[in-house]
Structures are given as C-alpha cells and as structure tokens.
Design a protein around this ligand. Structure first.
Ligand code: COA
Length: 247
C-alpha cells in the first residue's frame, strides 16, 4: 500500500497520509506524490478542491528524520521533492481543505497555514520543533504563523516549540473548528464538497485576491537557503543522531 493515497471523489482530489506506523512522517517520495496530485488538481477541469486527510492517530510527524539525516550527511543525492510540494501548495489557485484528526509536527503544522479551510481535533497538538533540531522555520512559516497568531504566540510555537492545541488553533484563526477527532474527516469532507459545488471561477478568483503567493514564495526560498545550510550543521546532525539512536 502506498504511503500517500490519492483518490478522486467527484470533484474533490483527496490526498491521504497513509504511513501510520511512522506517524505519517513524510519521505522525499511522498512529497513527490503530493506535489503531482496538487499539480494534477490545478490542471484538471474536473477537480475543484483538494482535501488532505490522514490515516491513524497522527496527522503528520513532519519530514522523515531518516531523510533529514541522509541529507545532512550528504548521503542523499537527487532532487529534494519537498521544494516542489511547498511551491505548488503555496501557488495553488484551487481551495485546499485539511482534516487534522491528530497531531501535526513540522511541515505537518506549517502546511495548514496554506490551507483554506482547516478542521482540527480538539485534542490535537501542533508543534514545530525546528530549533530543537538545529533548523529554522520553513514553508514561509516565519511569515504565515506570525501573521496569523501575532508575534508572541508565533514565537512560543516557532521559537520555544510550545504546542498549539486544537481548541486554541480554532480560537486563534488557524482552524475553522475544533471538534472530537471522529467528526473531523466527515466535517472536512462535507466542506470540501460544498466548495466543489460553488462557481469554480469565482472561487479561484476570490482565493487569488485573498492570498499573496509571491511574497510567500520569496520567504519560503529565503528560509530554504538557511534551512539547507542548517541541515548540514553539527547541531542538526547531533539532533538527528539522537532521534535515530534513541531506542
Ligand atoms: N521521521 C521518521 N520516523 C518517524 C518520525 C519522523 N519524523 N516520527 C515518528 N517516526 C517513527 C518512529 O521512529 C517510530 O518508528 P519505529 O516504530 O520503527 O521505531 C514510529 O514512527 C512511531 O514513533 P514513536 O516515536 O515510537 O511514537 P511516539 O508517539 O512516542 O512519538 C513523535 C511520536 C512524533 C512525537 C516522535 O516520534 C517524534 O518526535 N518524531 C520526530 C518528529 C520530528 O521532529 N519531525 C520533524 C519536524 S521538522
């Protein structure tokens, strides 16, 4: 079974994290599959909305740390698909809905700031342990999270890695609603289909007016340069080794 399932349900393109045994940590190839699925949605007249869902108790534990470790040591060669995924998600003209039934870590949190509707479990925790890993924020989150939460709340999340709980996520404008975990997927699915039934051109134009992808891409690339250097830093190498050697 694939670690990312892509399924069409009417005009909704569902992208489902399907690596529950690894808490839906995202590998390089999973980023590639997700980037392809969003690109397909953007290009197809039959697809009007993208819906993210996840299998298991985690939404996503973020970037796979084995992948980070091999990128850190220089063992990894080939294209880093994460860049393509972040790029298509930020530039997406069609709406993106997320069903966050469990915890989000790293990009599992920062990607939510590029979604248009987010439903989150009351019990879910969102964290961004970039500093603890010797890294810096990515995915334009140094901009999106500050804009959405205000500086001190953003710094608690990005700088101190304090968790953001589901109910606060809804109260602070990160999510539309915090609900019992079992209700998340049906609610998000219904919202995605409701959007898919709206006039598609008007919807796309409205999203375009409400978002500023150019600014976000510029910040994402700035962060990416520093992030790439930090991946090779002794601080990051030590953090990856500690995680991989912890059992
Ligand atoms: N990359 C690779 N594997 C991961 C992972 C990640 N980001 N997150 C979890 N896993 C794997 C674990 O190694 C473990 O694999 P194993 O059973 O083969 O040993 C499995 O998923 C279950 O994780 P475990 O740590 O046993 O579960 P937990 O409930 O105790 O903790 C987390 C879950 C997510 C809190 C913890 O695994 C963690 O901190 N992961 C790293 C998250 C992270 O730093 N992501 C990068 C952000 S930039």
């Amino acid at each position: 079974m694939s670690d990312i399932l892509v399924k069409r349900d009417g005009a909704v393109q569902e992208i489902r994290f399907n690596r529950p045994a690894k808490k839906n940590a995202i590998t390089n190839s999973m980023y590639g599959v997700m980037a392809d699925a969003i690109t397909e949605a953007e290009q197809s007249d039959d697809i009007r909305v993208v819906l993210f869902t996840a299998e298991g108790d985690f939404f996503s534990a973020g970037n796979d740390l084995m992948d980070f470790a091999s990128q850190s040591s220089g063992a990894f060669s080939g294209p880093r698909e994460v860049g393509r995924f972040l790029d298509v998600m930020i530039k997406a003209k069609k709406p993106i809905v997320a069903a966050v039934q469990g915890n989000g870590v790293g990009v599992g949190t920062t990607m939510l700031f590029h979604c248009d509707l987010v439903y989150i479990a009351e019990t879910a925790k969102l964290t961004t342990p970039f500093i603890d890993l010797g890294l810096v924020p990515e995915n334009a989150s140094s901009l999106t999270i500050v804009a959405r939460l205000g500086y001190v709340r953003a710094f608690a999340l990005l700088g101190a890695n304090e968790p953001l709980f589901g109910k606060d996520a809804a109260a602070w404008g990160v999510a539309n609603a915090a609900l019992p975990a079992a209700e998340i997927e049906p609610r998000a699915r219904a919202a995605a289909h409701a959007l898919a039934n709206k006039p598609a051109e008007a919807l796309k134009l409205t999203k375009g007016l409400m978002r500023d992808p150019e600014t976000l891409i510029t910040r994402m690339l700035q962060e990416g340069e520093i992030f790439g250097e930090r991946l090779k830093s002794p601080e990051a190498a030590a953090a990856f080794a500690a995680f991989l050697g912890r059992k």
